[in-house]
Design a binder for this molecule. Sequence first.
Ligand code: SF4
Ligand code: SF4
Length: 81
Amino acid sequence: MRKICTGCGECAAACSDKENPSEFNMGLGQRSAIYVPFPQAVPNKPVIDRLRCSYFKTGKCKFCVTKCPAQAIRLDQQMKL
Ligand code: SF4
Ligand code: SF4
């Protein structure tokens, strides 16, 4: 049974694609392809930017999946974190 995201942030830290403009700072900061949409979001759970994510662009990379301690990330189906 799939466990539920705890909001630990390990996936964002492990993401191989971190050079994406952050919407929070009017594009001045950067975020990973998997990220929490709003820093104060409740629940504090990430989403994947499919236009930036290497897996969706090339079919390779699953760093976030392998690093997630809750096994909450499924790249082959709709994310349900
Ligand atoms: S998806 Fe996994 S690694 Fe990412 S915040 Fe949730 S529990 Fe942590
Ligand atoms: S699969 Fe996508 S979101 Fe996950 S680590 Fe790779 S680039 Fe980041």
